[in-house]
Design a protein around this ligand. Structure first.
Ligand code: MTE
Ligand code: MO
Length: 263
């Protein structure tokens, strides 16, 4: 089974080398090849569907990502992407030491709700030491503490037509002519209910730092780093990703990255 996945990765690598300009290596850089309609983008889109189906068929819904020993934590979690948002709403929260923060939970739920940080910290927590893999080519092992997302979903009572969870973030990314667009991400309900999917407020036994997404960021341990939204403002349960951003399910996905960043 892993043989199949390795072969698929090799296939993607070879295809990537052939197209040589595919910037799968950069969170900070993107390329006109991947914007709009291009054969490369279409190729990646179909490969993405294949990865998703292969993972879902071959890896059980609850298969855990590897966990590590504390001795394997070599350094602090390396900050990447937005590390110090300058957006007004975020600065106001940060100036008040996040005391007025509330995680807003809405969309296709019976009981829309919001949670303060104290409420989140009082819910049953999970701690796990996992490896973060960024498409830029680096990895980092860190210890994460937070509320399993399934607990929040159970409290809010997800409606039967729901398919995805969208994470809305405080930070915006500057896209030149398009101006500042908010970072956002999405996952399906299988990953949302996975036991290692956490809304994390702690990292390496400390309160989550601003550089790593304070006050709340998601951990989705079977996917790549860009899926793990930091600076979460709210989560929205939805049946379609079309209404958000350019409709591809995430900030980087709208620029050509795969929606399913399975590893
Ligand atoms: N809101 C938001 N979330 C984000 C990003 C970002 O720029 N903004 N960058 C992503 C990327 S590419 C990575 S690798 C990780 C980095 O998380 P870290 O700073 O804790 O290492 O956050 C992801 N989540
Ligand atoms: Mo990343």
């Amino acid at each position: 089974m892993s043989q199949f996945i390795i072969n698929r990765r090799k296939f993607l690598t070879i295809a990537g080398v052939a197209a040589s300009a595919i910037p799968l290596s950069g969170c900070d850089a993107f390329d006109s090849l991947l914007s709009g309609q291009s054969p490369v983008r279409d190729f990646l889109a179909s490969a993405n569907g294949l990865t998703y189906r292969a993972h879902r068929a071959l890896i059980g819904a609850d298969t855990l990502a590897p966990e590590f020993a504390a001795s394997e934590i070599r350094q602090g979690q390396r900050p990447n992407g937005s590390t110090d948002p300058a957006d007004a709403g975020y600065l106001a929260l940060k100036d008040a030491a996040f005391s007025s923060y509330r995680l807003v939970v809405g969309g296709l739920v019976e009981k829309p709700a919001s949670f303060s940080l104290a409420e989140l910290r009082n819910m049953p927590a999970r701690t796990q030491i996992t490896r973060h893999d960024c498409v830029e080519g680096w990895s980092c092992i860190a210890k994460w503490t937070g509320v399993p997302l399934h607990r929040i979903l159970d409290e809010a009572r997800v409606r039967p037509e729901a398919r995805f969870v969208v994470f809305h973030c405080y930070d915006t990314m500057n896209l030149g002519l398009q101006g500042a667009v908010p970072y956002y991400e999405s996952i399906d309900l299988i990953d949302a209910r996975h036991p290692q999917t956490l809304l994390a407020y702690g990292c390496n036994d400390q309160v989550l730092a601003v550089a790593n997404g304070a006050p709340l960021r998601v951990r989705i341990e079977r996917q790549l780093g860009y899926k793990m939204a930091k600076y979460i403002k709210g989560i929205e349960v939805v049946s379609s990703l079309a209404p958000f951003g350019s409709g591809k399910g995430g900030f980087w996905e709208d620029l050509g990255y795969e929606w399913y960043g399975g590893i």
